[in-house]
Design a binder for this molecule. Structure first.
Ligand SMILES: Nc1ncnc2c1ncn2[C@@H]1O[C@H](COP(=O)(O)OP(=O)(O)OP(=O)(O)O)[C@@H](O)[C@H]1O
Ligand SMILES: [Mg+2]
Length: 394
């Protein structure tokens, strides 16, 4: 009876989960999900790499932490393992919903959760007819979108991550150009997804929620605010800064509702929600002041980024981890960090009724930012969730 971690490549989060498991006295077994063959037939199943047979390990495992990074591979992994009778965190239902931004938004909408006005047009910008003829649908799609959303429109791939191909158009011309760039790919199987542009000032939120088996869902009190003025996309992958902010209770309650909307029917789940506040012109200080505080944070934040890039991470994770903690601490100890954090918290308090949720991430990054800035160690949560379902039928 044991807990397994499954992934295609071990990165910081996976190293962090292994370190945390050791500290918690949990024997975590490893299952690869890249160069392996998984066979199913009337005699049962096997799970093998070229050099090793993992079949027995899979048979003995109770719960699998699915840390496969590719969304498509993660979805296959959970379906295979659930078919083999395993509990998987997160479940196939949760993965299926989170895979698609549209599916997630529809779950939110049905549960009465506020979301950015969203439009889906089930038609691709370029299509091919049976006789090889090419159709250009950009103008029709643009008209359909503008009819519902007005002028400022964000177009995004349904299954995208890291802010890739999330594009803003402020005019009809720009929208046509943006639509020309969209194509049907693995990130965006069919049609075009668009939203009203939410004037969120300079930050958005990443809120962590989780449910252990037998317990009520929980929203962590601190969230990550991802912030910057460089681009309308404020997610951290694009180099934006992060702040640990205390959430107003009403936002935490609504985040729990998001979890219930997606996780219903699953014994356990762990999710990171993306949310924005529609601040508009209701800013509590001038942009120039916030920009000047950001300037002061450049040096300590660059020091954090330098440690993140440090190649010694894989050879000596514990030592690298201490370096990372120190760099984040220095950044967070600065006066400017405290000032920006207060501005975000005050503006959230003032605008909390204008919160909108727009995505749920089922395998979020957590070791570097969520743990050190929002003080949530998701490795502990994951392992506790896994323990809570041990012994239960999948
Ligand atoms: N409707 C919108 N209005 C304003 N800004 C938006 C809107 N949608 C997305 N953004 C901005 O773009 C960023 C990326 O958007 P989104 O989260 O949808 O993409 P993603 O590919 O899932 O990125 P990530 O994996 O980092 O969450 C968000 O962090 C947000 O700042
Ligand atoms: Mg997102």
């Amino acid at each position: 009876m044991s807990i397994a971690i499954l992934y295609e490549r071990s990165e910081t989060d996976e190293l962090g989960i292994k370190l945390t498991a050791r500290e918690m006295g949990i024997n975590l077994v490893y299952l690869p999900f890249h160069k392996v063959s998984i066979r199913a037939d009337k005699s049962g199943y096997s799970f093998r790499s070229k050099g090793k047979d993992y079949s027995k390990i899979v048979k003995d495992v109770d719960v699998v932490l699915n840390r496969t990074q590719s969304k498509n591979r993660r979805l296959f992994a959970v379906h295979i393992l659930e078919a083999f009778g395993k509990n998987v965190i997160n479940s196939s239902y949760v993965e299926y919903v989170c895979f698609s931004k549209l599916r997630t938004l529809l779950h939110f909408w049905k549960a009465g959760i506020p979301l950015p006005k969203t439009v889906y047009v089930p038609c691709d910008a370029h299509e091919h007819g049976v006789n090889g003829r090419e159709f250009h649908n950009e103008e029709d799609i643009a008209d359909l979108m503008q009819q519902e959303l007005g002028r400022d429109i964000v177009v995004k791939p349904d299954a995208g991550t890291h802010g890739k191909e999330v594009m803003l158009a402020n005019t009809q011309d720009e929208l046509l150009k943006v639509l020309q760039k969209t194509k049907s790919t693995i990130l965006n199987p069919t049609g075009v997804l668009a939203q009203e542009f939410v004037p969120k000032w300079f930050y958005d939120l990443r809120i962590v929620i989780a449910k252990e088996h037998g317990r009520a869902p929980y929203c962590y009190p601190k969230a990550l605010a991802r912030a910057g003025f460089k681009d309308f996309r404020t997610n951290t992958y694009l180099g934006n800064m992060v702040f640990g902010v205390n959430l107003p209770p009403s936002i935490r309650d609504m985040a729990i509702k998001c979890g219930e909307a997606i996780g219903k029917g699953s014994k356990v789940w762990i999710l990171a929600l993306d949310a924005m506040l529609n601040i508009g012109e209701d800013k509590i200080v001038d942009d120039d002041y916030v920009r000047s505080e950001f300037e002061k944070l450049m040096l300590p934040f660059d020091a954090v980024k330098k440690v993140k890039r440090d190649r010694t991470k894989k050879e000596d994770f514990s030592t690298w981890n201490v370096k990372l903690e120190k760099a984040f601490q220095e950044y967070m100890n600065s006066e400017a960090y405290g000032n920006v954090t207060r501005i975000i918290e005050e503006s959230m308090e003032k605008g909390k009724q204008n919160i909108m949720f727009h995505e749920a991430n089922s395998c979020p990054e957590f070791w570097e930012q969520t743990r050190l800035v929002a003080k949530v160690n998701l490795a502990v949560t994951l392992l506790k969730c896994a323990k809570s379902v041990i012994g239960l039928e999948a």
